[in-house]
Design a binder for this molecule. Structure first.
Ligand code: FAD
Length: 445
């Protein structure tokens, strides 16, 4: 039996399903997928991160007597070339639309064994007593008590007897060969994971109280590593279960599970309003571009979007604020915001992004009620009163009185500061959004 171990978003050797399930001679591979890469801009930061992570994985595999062969092609072409010499392919499962279609095509070439690896839960399990899936997070989480109250979740143990199949192919593409230029990454992405875990374990006691204050360094910053599987969600769970005061944080990890579960059971929610509301969104392209570029005249929105564009990062609270602003105040479809985040976020995860955008737009499974619209000025006053974050991004505002950051148009009306007036009136747009949602709900009855 000859097995191909196809690493995709599980770039680690511990708690790795395919290294555990493999039981024969193996060929570990990674494919830089042209279908995905060709759609990305040359300066995509994620490709720098994945590229470095793949080379680290190659080294780790070599240290345990294996290796990683790296391809730059469409997956279908790679497997067409390999099919005569191998019996099956082992990989972790992915539930978004592109991944499902890709895997169906590969399955026609070689048997494909898929394992739950990027998430803790198998979304097929954990149904309600009537055998339908949960729609609301709290009961979903409660149903997992048996798991979340345990001290440890069993991880995959590596099969120590794997032997690499000799394979005469030694291509290691440069980042430039893939069509990308090396990008500067945020410092924490250059740190060892063990240091990130240790650092957060010292701060976790303040997590519940401080996590929304986006100018503080209060969250774990583990989402990018989780996204590309440099650490598994089970490993994160097991690590922090041993740390006091970690319950609230552990609960957050299960939002990631919840959104994956929702996408699995409702694949159409990738493209449609989960709650089936028919909404005629605002199609004004200028409004959308102003939002994307951080030129809305609302300091908190502009700072958040410019920061995203510069770094690929955005704090959770800011994601909620800009998403509410786009979908409620500008009344632009969540799908456009979701696509923009997909292009920019270093931690872009289809299920979490789609689920969270639908939550913000009040169209999702466990969604924010449509009449609860975030006021960006109240949010910035509450979570960044001294304007520490806002001024760190919008340098032109560094000398303004911080109070003015939280008053509609206070800065845009100042003749001595070059800052545009807000593109939308917060109160009026809020009322209009609520009205339109009400109408859509009535039509849906
Ligand atoms: C509009 C919007 C879009 C989002 N898009 C993504 C996305 O593409 N990828 C992504 O990983 N997260 C997304 N999130 C969730 C959340 O913002 C990030 O997971 C979080 O900011 C990552 O920072 P952290 O690792 O420091 O989080 P921490 O607060 O330290 O949380 C730890 C981990 O728990 C998980 N988590 C926490 N909150 C959430 C949440 N609300 N939903 C899902 N998982 C959560 C993440 O895996 C995170 O790494 C989105 C949220 C919103 C409102």
């Amino acid at each position: 039996m000859k097995q191909i171990l196809w690493f995709r978003r599980d770039l680690r050797i511990e708690d790795n399903a395919i290294l555990s399930a493999a039981n024969a001679d193996v060929l570990p591979i990674f494919i830089f997928d042209k279908n995905i890469l060709n759609k990305l801009p040359k300066d995509d930061k994620r490709v720098t991160f994945i590229y470095d992570s793949v080379l680290k994985l190659k080294k780790s595999l070599q240290e345990i007597g294996l290796d990683l062969h790296i391809f730059y092609d469409e997956p279908i072409n790679v497997f067409k070339k390999l099919k005569n010499d191998f019996d099956e392919v082992l990989c972790s499962v992915d539930f978004d639309d592109y991944a499902k279609q890709r895997d169906e095509k590969i399955e026609k070439i070689l048997p494909l064994k898929r394992f739950i690896d990027s998430f803790i839960l198998n979304p097929n399990d954990h149904l309600k007593s009537d055998l339908t899936p949960y729609k609301v997070f709290t009961p979903f989480y409660k149903s997992l008590d048996f798991l979340t109250s345990s001290n440890e979740i069993e991880t995959y143990k590596r099969n120590p007897n794997l032997k690499i199949i000799p394979f005469d192919y030694n291509f290691i593409p440069k980042l430039e060969d893939l069509g990308f230029t090396r990008q500067e990454l945020p410092d924490f992405l250059n740190e060892e994971i063990k240091d990130l875990l240790k650092d957060f374990s010292l701060r976790i006691k303040d997590y519940q109280n401080d996590r929304d204050f986006f100018y503080k360094d209060a969250t774990s910053k583990l989402s990018v590593h989780l996204r590309f599987g440099l650490i598994s969600a089970k490993q994160v769970f097991n690590y922090f279960k041993r740390v006091p005061n970690s319950d609230f944080f552990i609960r957050e990890l299960f939002w990631r599970e919840f959104y994956n579960y929702i996408l699995f059971h409702n694949p159409k929610s990738e493209f449609e309003n989960y709650n089936k509301l028919e909404i005629s969104w605002n199609e004004n392209e200028d409004d959308f571009i102003n939002w994307c570029e951080g030129n809305t005249g609302v300091p908190i929105i502009d700072a958040a979007m410019k920061h995203l564009n510069n770094t690929g990062l955005m704090h959770n609270r800011l994601r909620m604020i800009v998403a509410s602003f786009l979908t409620k105040n500008l009344f632009i479809s969540w799908k456009k915001g979701e696509k923009y985040f997909a292009l920019k976020l270093l931690d872009y995860e289809a299920s979490s992004n789609i689920g969270s955008w639908q939550w913000s737009a009040s169209t999702g499974a466990d969604a924010a009620p449509y009449f609860r619209v975030f006021n960006p000025y109240i949010q910035s006053k509450k979570f960044d009163e001294d304007g520490i974050f806002i001024k760190s991004v919008l340098k032109e505002l560094k000398d303004v009185d911080s109070k003015d950051l939280h008053i509609e148009n206070a800065i845009g009306s100042n003749l001595f500061i070059n800052y545009a007036k807000a593109i939308v009136d917060i109160k009026i747009s809020r009322q209009m959004a609520i009205q339109k949602f009400k109408e859509a709900k009535n039509e849906n009855l």
